[in-house]
Design a protein around this ligand. Structure first.
Ligand code: IYR
Length: 228
C-alpha cells in the first residue's frame, strides 16, 4: 500500500504534511499577506480590458478549496462573459435596484450608504469582462431526481466567496461584491436548477483608468479582537 495512505474505519485517509516555517518567517509572511490584503478594495468603475479565462478558472478553483459542511462544496460558480447575458443581468438588476433605492430601503440604510455614493445604475454589470455569479446549493439534486442534504450552506458559500475575493486580488484583478435584492432573476436568466439559490454577483476585471474609491478606515485590531 502507498506509504502516505491509510484506511481508518474503512475510509481512506492521506498523510497531512504540515508546512513548517520558522517563527520569523511566520511573522514576515503573515504581515506581508495582511499588507497585501489590506490593499484590496471593492471597485465600481471597471475597464472593459479583457481578462484571460484561465485566470478566472484558477480563482474559482481556489474558491472551491474553502472548507464546507461535510465537504459537500455546496456551490456553483457561473462564469458570464456573453454580452447579451450581461445586458439581461444589468437590466434586471437595475430594475430591482431602482425599486430598492426609491422605495424599499429605509432612510437609515440610505444614509449608511451615502459615503459610498452608490445608486441604482449598474453599468459595471456590462463593462466588466466577467461576472461570476455564485449560487449556493440548498441541497444536492441527484440524476434520478432525489435530494441529498447539504449543511451550513450559507457559511460554506460565504467562505468560498471570501477565498474567491482573496484569489482575485492575488491575481491582480478587481471585484465588487454586488447583492441586488431580490436576485431571483439570476436563476431565471442563467436557467439554474431548483436546488440552487443566487448568493453573490461578482463583476471581475481591471479598474477603469481613473478610479476613485471611498476613503475608508478599517477597524483597528483592538476594535475587532478580544483576549481571554
Ligand atoms: N444592493 C445595493 C445597495 C447596497 C447595499 C449595501 I449593505 C452596500 O454595502 C452597497 C450597496 C447596491 O448594490 O447598490
Amino acid at each position: 500500500m502507498d506509504k502516505g495512505k491509510k484506511i481508518i474505519n474503512g475510509f481512506p485517509f492521506v498523510h497531512y504534511q504540515q508546512k513548517v516555517f520558522r517563527e520569523d518567517e511566520m511573522l514576515q509572511r503573515s504581515d506581508a499577506f495582511y499588507q497585501y490584503m489590506n490593499q484590496r478594495r471593492s471597485i465600481r468603475d471597471f475597464s472593459d480590458k479583457p481578462v484571460p479565462l484561465s485566470v478566472i478558472e484558477n480563482v474559482i478553483r481556489t474558491a472551491s478549496t474553502a472548507p464546507s459542511g461535510a465537504h459537500k462544496q455546496p456551490w456553483t460558480f457561473c462564469i458570464v462573459s456573453d454580452p447579451s447575458i450581461k445586458k439581461q443581468i444589468r437590466e434586471a438588476a437595475e430594475k430591482e435596484e431602482y425599486e430598492s433605492y426609491t422605495s424599499r430601503m429605509s432612510e437609515e440604510w440610505l444614509n449608511d450608504l451615502k459615503h459610498l455614493q452608490t445608486n441604482w445604475h449598474k453599468p459595471f454589470l456590462e463593462t466588466a469582462p466577467y461576472l461570476i455569479v455564485v449560487f449556493k446549493k440548498a441541497y444536492d439534486l441527484l440524476r434520478d431526481g432525489s435530494k441529498k442534504n447539504n449543511y451550513y450552506v450559507n457559511e460554506s458559500a460565504g467562505l468560498a466567496c471570501g477565498f474567491l475575493l482573496a484569489a482575485i486580488h492575488h491575481a491582480g484583478l478587481c471585484a465588487l461584491t454586488h447583492t441586488p435584492s431580490p436576485m431571483n432573476f439570476l436563476s431565471k436568466i442563467l436557467n439554474r436548477p431548483e436546488n440552487e439559490r443566487p448568493f453573490l454577483l461578482i463583476p471581475v476585471g481591471f479598474a477603469a483608468d481613473e478610479t476613485y474609491v471611498p476613503e475608508l478606515r478599517r477597524k483597528d485590531l483592538r476594535e475587532i479582537a478580544v483576549h481571554y
